[in-house]
Write a protein that binds this ligand. Sequence first.
Ligand code: COA
Length: 257
Amino acid sequence: MTDRIRIEHANRVTTITMARPDKKNALTQEMYGVMANAVNAYGTDDEARALMFIGEGDYFTSGNDLNDFAMSANRQATDKDELPPVVQFLHAIKDCEKPMIAAVNGPAIGVGLTLTLHCDLVYAAQSATFAAPFVKLGLVPEAASSLLLPAAIGLANASDVFMTGRILAADEALRMGLVSRVFADSDFVADTQALAAIVAQAAPQAMRHTKALLRTQTDKVGETMTAESVIFADQLRSPEFMESVAAMTQKRAAVHP
Ligand code: COA
């Protein structure tokens, strides 16, 4: 267990804090391993309804620990049967069926940016920045970010980000569509917690379906419409729908246990 990752549960929100501020929250294999387990545990915990990633101090994360990169390159095939923790983590965020929020409190570099692409809600503090300097390091995009980034911000912008490795300011990231909202640094934690609470209070089954629908590739329009109509009809018969309508009629908050 590492104290460089903090996992907290409150009000149905699981918060994963990357807490290695002396190294700008650079991520080691040990940290990935703890985060992978936390994401997988969140996925199967019916009580937890939202997951939020944030960084401690003035960084979201400076990305993969550069020393760890070097060690990985030298790692021999002895441990080939077990996926490296970073791969376990990337699979965990790819496969998570429940809502994930990136609360980007500061620079998000490399895998920090990649992580945001697998999150459903990406909020940035005014001082947040984004960069994918893979090519600068002789590397290439990871974890489907070569697909997800152009889907989010367009091919021209994604090529610019990947091929130049340049730093995007929060406002530019907002204009491009990489983030959905930017908040003042001073209010950032409170604002993102308030949004996480909204997600956590929502109907969980509808939330999962919505995530799956949104993550359907945009060129599969027909399939998406069919899937929507089937699920829509199912939801119409669900207890969640009944409760929501009853609550609205009775002018009270819906309760979804
Ligand atoms: N891996 C390992 N250590 C890192 C790191 C990383 N990705 N990012 C920062 N650090 C360490 C620095 O080595 C330094 O350690 P030290 O105090 O023992 O010397 C400490 O964090 C503070 O970083 P420093 O470079 O002094 O701060 P800065 O404000 O001048 O610059 C960064 C911060 C993040 C811009 C700079 O450290 C950097 O470019 N890091 C590499 C980012 C990167 O390429 N990530 C991989 C992407 S795929």
